[in-house]
Design a protein around this ligand. Sequence first.
Ligand code: ZN
Length: 149
Amino acid sequence: MAKIHVVCPHCGAINQLLEERLGEEPKCGKCHQALLPQHPVELAGAAFARFIDKNDLPVLVDFWAPWCAPCRAMAPQFEMAARRLRGHCLFAKLNTESDQATAGRFQIRSIPTMILFRGGRELARQSGAMNAPDIEAWLARQGISSRAS
Ligand code: ZN
């Protein structure tokens, strides 16, 4: 039984749980809120670094900005993919306008850009808006799908 680390999206506590319990609505041991949120997590600064470094699950980040029309168009598609892949991949958003330091660190040149992280390392990135099926197909090519674990 593999134990994995999941960072609470609410308080940042690192929770350790059995992988097969991911499907049972796990709660944070510290703040008792849901560990696997229904919506992408808004991250910035130190919380961003902690979330991508300390999670054992892969994390897909949408680098976006409020003024970017393609980003706004993609947001509901990203939400839909997040719901479909819940428990398999964590979904997060980074507002490149309010957190320019993090956007700069990852050399984001166009938005929307999605970066897939695992263990703090970048596995893949993709620029341009995508719909939910395309996001899922792209993740499946990286070995992440709702069918396999
Ligand atoms: Zn918590």
